[in-house]
Ligand binder design. Structure first.
Ligand code: GDP
Length: 318
């Protein structure tokens, strides 16, 4: 276990949008050596002979400044394979750019040849010069199922519309944190729960790494995904509603208390947060590179001002 002085890593837990933007801001603040991003794999899907891993991939594209303006896929990608499939009468319900498809086919090939998803993503990331570590939360399949359908089917065929009755996970055995994730957590001076959908982006990560996180010595800080009382993008409100929590920072925190009691040591939010938990009230919208870096900087300074309250966490410098 590294000593306090050696623990300078920053770990961000992220889905593909809010958490990914915070990760990009954090890259500016701490640089690639110190940054590890633990990514949700609950959205993964095997399709077109490829293994698509949307959140780890979007985070990688964000960190390499290759993300397209639409918020997913590679900048300037073309869609000729999808056009070709349509011309063959295929129901192309899941859209993937040509270079994106190549990335996901190459992942599938490496995994067929025996690489773990973590290793395959590392090899892909080397090709686009991602210096930080993008780590799938686990290497075994863990799929989020919404009302009986896969996450992508829910998002695309149902337009991501609630109400949602049930969220469950299909998994092979108990998902385990990977050696790379354990290493990143052991070297972390703080862990940031990114402003991602708490139910479908962060909960699957907690399924895999909740146990080591509960022993984490470094403070764990949540950045609220609720901005000005609203969601910037996606179905976070519908999923909070499934668990009877309101759309607010308090509602997001209540969900985390429900699935991982005592996990969060502090919250960064633009709202007033009732209760005892340390809270830094600040703007969290990350619509420009400056705003992303500013939110990351504030989050880091706030996290570094806190001490973890988890039992057994003990003093940080030992
Ligand atoms: P997904 O995998 O694409 O659904 O991405 P995430 O779960 O990471 O992101 C969805 C969440 O990001 C939503 O709850 C948004 O409100 C939140 N979000 C998006 N942009 C921002 C932002 O600039 N600031 C904050 N605080 N949250 C954001």
């Amino acid at each position: 276990m590294p000593s306090g002085a050696e623990r300078s890593g920053v770990v961000v837990l992220a889905g593909g949008t809010g958490g990914a933007k915070l990760a990009r801001g954090m890259l500016d603040v701490v640089g690639p050596e110190r940054l590890s991003v633990i990514a949700n794999t609950g959205d993964d899907i095997e399709i077109y002979g490829a293994h698509v891993s949307p959140d780890p991939d979007l985070i990688s594209f964000w960190l390499a400044d290759l993300i397209d303006e639409r918020g997913w896929g590679l900048a300037g990608d073309t869609f000729r394979v999808m056009d070709g499939l349509r011309a063959l009468g295929v129901d192309v319900w899941f859209n993937l750019g040509d270079r994106d498809l190549a990335w996901c086919m190459e992942r599938a090939r490496m995994q067929r040849e025996g690489m773990r998803p973590t290793e395959a993503l590392r090899a892909l990331c080397e090709q686009i010069d991602v210096g930080a570590r993008v780590l799938p939360a686990c290497d075994t399949p863990l799929r989020t199922i919404i009302d009986g359908a896969g996450l992508q089917e829910f998002m695309i065929r149902r337009g991501g519309q609630g109400p949602v009755r049930e969220v469950r996970f299909e998994q092979q055995g108990e998902p385990q944190a990977t050696p790379e994730v354990l290493d990143a957590l052991a070297g972390a001076s703080c862990v940031i729960v990114g402003p991602s959908n708490p139910v479908i982006s962060i909960w699957p990560i907690l399924k895999a790494i909740g146990e080591p996180l509960s022993r984490q010595q470094a403070p764990i800080v949540l950045v609220s995904p609720v901005v000005g009382g609203k969601i910037v993008k996606g179905p976070t409100a519908a999923f909070l509603d499934t668990f009877n929590h309101p759309l607010s920072a308090a509602g997001v925190l209540a969900f985390y208390e429900q699935v991982a009691p005592g996990l969060i040591d502090g919250v960064l939010t633009d709202e007033e947060l009732p209760g005892e938990l340390p809270c830094l009230r600040a703007e969290t919208l990350m619509d420009t590179p400056d705003a992303r870096a500013q939110v990351a900087e504030r989050t880091l300074a706030f996290a570094e001002s806190l001490t973890s309250q988890r039992p057994g966490a003990g003093p940080r410098a030992q």
